[in-house]
Design a binder for this molecule. Structure first.
Ligand code: ATP
Ligand code: MG
Length: 255
């Protein structure tokens, strides 16, 4: 069965896109069929894979129902991609005015050949995120270890609870991810403890793997490739490989 994983946090800049792109690339390297969906009008995932100029058919077309889902899929060296476009903002407003939470879930019925579908969400709780949560089996919440990153968590959680109640009872939080982790600082250790407490309350766990903060991540983004491909031996590439194994384990475990 396809695992559909939404990467979400209402807070901006917590490593959602970096995680989405690199998890997709690692799952692909493991031999899985992987589709990455860029559900953010900022188009960062699309750009991270060097597909900015290749988005003639994109996620906005899928949501507007002007193209079949399959027509929106691009094949890249790292995974398949449904790219974003600036028109996603308008598509979101239309869906919101219709109250249509099911558009992505319906479209994915026609793309059932994938082992993993990963959805990179924007940093707010809008109709794009609601569609992602309704379609998803799992959610990953990347948290940067600065104290301010806790702010967005409760809004994400209340949206998850609403979707579990009304649309998708099987939805679960796969895990909370410590992003941009610097284990030399005491603050980071404290934040990890706080995260563990929060995770218990949300009926989930903090991944054993934290993603370290290293400058190679930005270098890879500028080269428009996942860091796991750009520099497979660096710390963060090892982190993302370990993380992918944890995510797969939790996604396939029976609750
Ligand atoms: N492990 C890391 N080490 C160093 N820099 C990182 C790391 N992960 C992400 N970054 C950088 O931090 C910035 C924000 O990351 P990213 O775009 O993945 O966050 P985001 O949550 O998707 O942001 P937004 O909310 O705007 O969509 C980027 O410049 C990215 O290159
Ligand atoms: Mg992003």
């Amino acid at each position: 069965m396809t695992k559909i994983i939404a990467i979400s946090n209402e807070k901006g800049g917590t490593g959602k896109t970096t995680t989405a792109v690199n998890l997709a690339a690692v799952f692909h390297n493991f031999g899985n069929r992987v589709l990455l969906i860029d559900s953010d009008p900022q188009m960062n995932a699309t750009s991270s894979l060097g597909c900015n100029g290749r988005n003639e058919n994109n996620y906005a077309d899928l949501l507007n129902d002007t193209k079949d889902a399959r027509q929106c899929v691009l094949h890249t060296d790292y995974c398949d991609l449904i790219p974003a476009s600036a028109r996603l903002g308008v598509a979101e407003k239309i869906l919101a005015s219709q109250g249509n939470h099911y558009r992505l879930a319906e479209a994915l019925n026609f793309l059932d050949e994938y082992d993993y579908v990963i959805v990179d969400c924007p940093p707010r709780m809008d109709e794009l995120v609601r569609n992602a949560f309704v379609a998803a089996t799992d959610i990953i919440i990347p948290m940067s270890t600065s104290a301010y990153s806790m702010d967005g968590l409760m809004q994400v959680y209340s949206t998850i609870r609403m979707v579990q109640k009304y649309e998708n009872p099987g939805l679960r939080i796969n895990g909370l991810l410590c992003e941009m982790f610097d284990d030399r600082t005491i603050l980071a250790g404290e934040v990890k403890e706080i995260l563990n407490d929060i995770a218990k309350k949300l009926n989930t766990q903090v991944y054993g793997t934290a993603i370290h903060r290293i400058i190679r991540v930005d270098a890879a983004t500028h080269r428009h490739m996942p860091v796991v491909v750009f520099d497979p031996k660096c710390t963060v590439s090892k982190d993302y490989t370990d993380l992918a194994m944890e995510v797969a384990y939790h996604a396939h475990s029976v609750h």
